[in-house]
Design a protein around this ligand. Structure first.
Ligand code: SAH
Ligand code: SF4
Length: 354
């Protein structure tokens, strides 16, 4: 099968199709004009257009299902060339606003949550993606394609930049090479122009890979899925914690090059009667000492067959207030898309059981 053109960085295309400006033109057509066919690349010689069409596919995935939530977020199920499926979510973080005369004050703000693998090897006890096991890594083009297709599907103007969070299915640091390539392709100014500081990599905490990602100096933001403050509980939730314990993760975060104006995000999935107590909040503060951190509390989202339960709103608030009062930034992730199968992995599961 032909490779997808989305798998190539601009530099790679420059080498393949000199002179240099050709790659810029190709990027421009794909990422800014959202073309659907190579023949539409009008300023390219016809011969080159035919050659591209013969050798490459434009998109490595297609939308097979879509669910719209009342809060404006849209969940997508994509099918890959080999029939496997992955999910992405378009989150509308802020609506467009107009003044009294109808003049636009600011555009809507979007974030796309992308998948990095089909399935996942990490096997977290609370995660639906883990249940299906691991199938394969996504290529850089399959990661990039999720954002491109979603922008196209929503007519989001090419100059409207979106933020990216690698919080969909899979463990991004377990697919580091393709992840790094996708980060670079996204950030190309002739392409989607999404600078690395608007891209957040979320990891379950593979300490050695956090170090590697830091050494690559890509300039991305980091989010750690911590979920527990002691190793005993964390091992139960995230088996991989046996190999990469909390201390090793904290150490890796301390060494990670963080943009001076940004913070490392610590995600804390709150599960009823498991980790929602104030004592955990207290220990969390201790763990984060000396780190420019912000904590994001996430409601556990139940699904059929799980023994875990969603925490009460009261315990969420109590946890949050404990941190805030002691000077630790802490937000509660609004249950975006709660009326659509919210957490990643859950739309795909539905599709497979229908
Ligand atoms: N593998 C990476 C990124 C993908 S998981 C990681 O673990 O960080 C993205 C987020 O979805 C994680 O923070 C995870 O805790 C959350 N998640 C998984 N299952 C969930 C569920 N049932 N309810 C709510 N959030 C869930
Ligand atoms: Fe993998 Fe993240 Fe799910 Fe854990 S939470 S199984 S690391 S996708």
């Amino acid at each position: 099968m032909n490779p997808s053109i989305l798998d190539f960085t601009q530099e790679e295309l420059e080498r393949l199709f000199p002179p240099k400006f050709r790659a810029k033109q190709i990027y421009n057509w794909i990422y800014q004009h959202h073309i659907e066919n190579f023949m539409e690349m009008e300023n390219l010689p016809k011969k080159l257009r035919s050659e591209l069409a013969e050798r490459y596919r434009l998109s490595p995935l297609e939308i097979v299902r879509k669910e719209q939530s009342s809060d404006g977020s849209i969940k997508y199920l994509f099918q890959l060339e080999d029939g496997h499926t992955v999910e992405s979510v378009l989150l509308k973080m802020k609506d467009e606003e107009y003044d009294d005369s109808g003049e636009l004050l600011h555009h809507a703000k979007y974030t796309v949550c992308v998948s990095s693998q089909v399935g996942c090897k990490v096997g977290c006890a609370f995660c639906l993606t883990a249940k299906g096991g691991f199938v394969r890594n996504l290529s850089a083009g399959e990661i990039v394609g999720q954002v491109l297709e979603i922008k196209r599907d929503n007519n989001i103007a090419s100059n409207r930049r979106v933020n990216i969070v690698y919080m969909g299915m899979g463990e991004p640091l377990d697919n580091l090479d393709n992840l790094a390539k996708a980060i670079r392709i996204f950030s190309s100014e002739n392409g989607l122009s999404i600078s690395p500081k608007r891209q957040t990599v979320s990891t379950s905490g593979i300490s050695t890979k956090i170090k590697k990602l830091g050494e690559m100096e890509l300039g991305v933001q980091l989010a750690i899925s911590l979920h527990a403050v002691d190793d005993e509980l964390r091992e139960k939730l995230i088996p991989m914690n046996k190999a990469y314990n909390i201390a090793s993760i904290i150490q890796a975060v301390k060494e990670f090059p963080v943009n001076t104006r940004k913070r490392v995000m610590f995600e804390y999935l709150v599960i009823k009667d498991v980790n929602d107590d104030v004592n955990s909040a207290k220990r969390l503060i201790k763990l984060l000492e000396g780190i420019k951190a912000k904590v994001n509390l996430i409601y556990f989202n139940p699904y059929p067959g799980t023994d875990f339960e969603r925490p009460t709103e009261e315990s969420m608030r109590r946890f949050q207030e404990y941190l805030l009062k002691r000077g630790v930034l802490c937000t509660i992730r609004e249950s975006k898309g709660i009326d659509i199968s919210a957490a990643c992995g859950q739309l795909r599961e539905q599709e497979m059981t229908i």
